[in-house]
Structures are given as structure tokens and as C-alpha cells.
Design a protein around this ligand. Structure first.
Ligand SMILES: [Zn+2]
Length: 175
């Protein structure tokens, strides 16, 4: 779906869409990655169905990238131009507004070239972006299902991240 085709104003004005988006974000506080707990695309981005498919719904159903909807929630529909919404943390499933920045595909390519060989870096994860995002999501969901407290969930996130780094290196939060 092209971004220009999505009725962002309608989705962003729909309380049910906003509530369901927020329910799928694992909030951790300022400066921390906040991971998407819903569907993950092949590129590692969160996928979200805004609106409703129910008969007679006033809000049409659209599957959108979670962080694009999130960017609209924070900055308004008009801010959703044609530029890519990138992640300074290089984690495509991240919903931390402070980690979003506008840029181009070329910026992403340059970032990948400069960071993907750094030991322990997110872009060096052997599972790829989608595999990493799914592993982190599933670690959080499993811990939540077991009634884990926040510290235990943090340990589960850390273990899920390190599992993708053959050297066991750890650079979360460095970028
Ligand atoms: Zn992040």
C-alpha cells in the first residue's frame, strides 16, 4: 500500500485504532527501544490493521506500517509526507518516538554499510532484521504470559538480542 493512498486523517481520528496500536507497543520509557508486539513484516517492521473490517464500519480497514501510524500519532497526519521514517536505533519494529527520524532510502543503505559489520550491532544480527524483531517480540510475549515483572522482561529482551550475536557482544542503546 502506498503511503499516499492511506486515509491517515481518518485512522488517526479513530479512538479504537489508537487504542489497539498502543496495546501492541511494549513501553519502556525515555530513550529505550519500545518493541512492537504485533505482526512483523519481512523487513522487520511492525504491521498493524487500522480501522475495522466490520460491516457498516465508519473507518475503513488498512494494513499499515506500525511506526508510520505511530509517527502520525505524534506529529500529525500532515507530517506523513513522502520521506522514509527511519530508526536511529536501526530496529525497524521500534515504536519509540525519539528513535524516529526522516530520511531517504540512500540514508538507510549508508547506515547499513557503515554499521552492519560492527560486532554486537543491531545490523550485524545473524537472524536479519525480521528474525531479530520476531525473537524480541516473542520473548516479551512469553514473559508477559508467564506473569513476569519488568526486570524479568528486560532480561528476556536482552537474552533475545544477544542470541543473534555470535560473539555475544552487546551494544543496545549505543546508537
Ligand atoms: Zn529504538
Amino acid at each position: 500500500v502506498a503511503r499516499a493512498d492511506v486515509p491517515w486523517e481518518v485512522l488517526l481520528a479513530d479512538p479504537d485504532t489508537l487504542r489497539r496500536y498502543e496495546a501492541k507497543v511494549y513501553r519502556r520509557g525515555p530513550d529505550r527501544c519500545e518493541y512492537w508486539l504485533g505482526g512483523i513484516s519481512d523487513s522487520g517492521h511492525g504491521k498493524f490493521r487500522g480501522g475495522s473490517r466490520a460491516k457498516g464500519s465508519q473507518v475503513p480497514s488498512w494494513v499499515v506500517s506500525a511506526h508510520v501510524l505511530g509517527y502520525g500519532i505524534v506529529h500529525g497526519a500532515k507530517a506523513l509526507g513522502t520521506l522514509l521514517i527511519r530508526h536511529s536505533c536501526d530496529s525497524p519494529s521500534c515504536q519509540q518516538p525519539d528513535h524516529w527520524l526522516l530520511g531517504t532510502r540512500r540514508d538507510n543503505v549508508l547506515d547499513y554499510a557503515s554499521r552492519s559489520r560492527l560486532a554486537g550491532h543491531t545490523l550485524a544480527d545473524v537472524r536479519g532484521a525480521a528474525g531479530r524483531a520476531v525473537a524480541i517480540r516473542d520473548a516479551i510475549l512469553t514473559a508477559q504470559k508467564e506473569g513476569a515483572d519488568a526486570d524479568t522482561i528486560e532480561a528476556a529482551i536482552r537474552a533475545a538480542i544477544i542470541a543473534g550475536q555470535p560473539g555475544g557482544a552487546w551494544q543496545d542503546g549505543l546508537w
